[in-house]
Design a protein around this ligand. Structure first.
Ligand code: FMN
Length: 327
């Protein structure tokens, strides 16, 4: 399955493991890259959140591999040295999501890495193009974790048309709701050069995800996720207003997910309780971070078997599609 993405990065399959903070450590990124995809270590909040894994230790797992690192852009702006620590490790790309990538673009390019920007609407694509992004990830609201409002199915082809007019050499990846070969095949048909997969790899053997969280995720259906700004407000994490958090429902979201204005007014009031709940792995309070496609996730297999399964299923579907009688 050769695409512009596989050619550009010298990888075998057009599957990228999302840079999930606290989840995509070096072992998962290395396993995806070894399986022929591209693993992106989750640099998350660039160390500003507390409790994040040590990036140096995670980077040690991917030495000698093609890999990337991702940061939450507004958090990196608060701790820009995190980027300096990563660039000497020669990542093939740096993912920047949620904020203006321009202040970091030149440093990334000078270090020989490609800039990849995750975008949630056309204005974000404009900002990514201004920063000279080599690839843009069109992320739909179905996605696990933070995101915005556009849906993957119409956003990806609109982004493909937009890039075809404005910047045809820029690669396009699709993210949000892609968990198997059906999603991969569909994304390629929508005009993407590859896919960014989060939730499916969140439940993989190599992920840093606590077992107790995976166990609850595996029992959830897509109906059980919510997107809300209340959790970040209550725990006092300063996300820009335009982004909300998709998680699997739990006691905290049952109480708060629809009381967003009240949660904003109570900003930070659960910060300590939330941190303590994280320490004792209490997933009635702490978010189980996964997207709508959690309903397609029923196990915690190796990353290699996830990559293999997606590719085999997508190839079979695309072959079968090619034999449809269209007369
Ligand atoms: C557990 C989890 C953590 C995430 N953390 C980050 C992050 O730190 N930075 C980021 O850019 N995206 C993050 N994302 C979003 C992913 O980059 C990606 O857009 C999303 O997972 C794709 O949708 P999917 O979950 O339906 O596969 C996270 C997603 C999940 C599920």
């Amino acid at each position: 399955m050769r695409t512009r993405l596989t050619e550009a990065f010298g990888i075998r399959h057009p599957i990228v493991c999302a840079p999930m903070g606290l989840v995509t450590g070096g072992r998962l990124a290395a396993a995806v890259s070894a399986a022929g995809g591209l693993g992106i270590i989750g640099g998350g909040y660039a160390g500003t959140l507390g409790g994040e894994p040590d990036l140096h230790a995670e980077l040690a797992h991917v030495q000698g591999q093609t890999f990337g690192v991702g940061f939450i852009t507004w958090a990196l702006a608060r701790a820009p040295r995190a980027l300096d620590a990563v660039l000497p490790h020669r990542p093939a790309c740096v993912f920047l999501s949620f904020g203006d990538p321009l202040p970091f673009a030149e440093r990334i390019r000078r270090a020989g890495a490609r800039l990849v920007c995750q975008a949630q609407n056309l204005a974000h694509i404009d900002a990514a193009l201004t920063a000279g992004a080599a690839a843009i990830v069109a992320q739909g609201a179905e996605a696990g974790g933070h995101g915005a409002k556009r849906a993957t199915l119409p956003f990806v082809p609109e982004a493909a048309d937009y890039l075809a007019k404005r910047s045809p050499a820029t690669l396009l990846l699709a993210a949000g709701g892609i968990a198997d070969g059906r999603g991969l095949a569909a994304a390629l048909m929508l005009g993407a050069d590859g896919v960014v997969v989060g939730t499916r790899f969140w439940a993989s053997a190599e992920a840093l995800t606590p077992r107790a969280a995976t166990e609850r995720g595996i029992l959830a259906t897509g109906d059980d996720t919510v997107r809300t700004t209340a959790i970040d407000a209550l725990r006092g994490v300063p996300w820009p207003d335009e982004f909300s958090f998709r998680v699997v429902r739990n006691k905290l979201t049952d109480q708060w997910s629809e009381r967003e204005a009240e949660a904003q007014a109570a900003r930070g009031s659960l910060a300590e309780a939330y941190a303590a709940a994280r320490d004792r792995q209490d997933f009635d309070t702490v978010a189980i971070v996964a997207g709508e496609c959690v309903g397609l996730v029923h196990d915690r297999p190796s990353a290699a078997s996830i990559v293999r399964g997606m590719v085999e299923q997508a190839e079979a579907l695309l072959r079968r599609g090619a034999t449809l009688d269209l007369a």
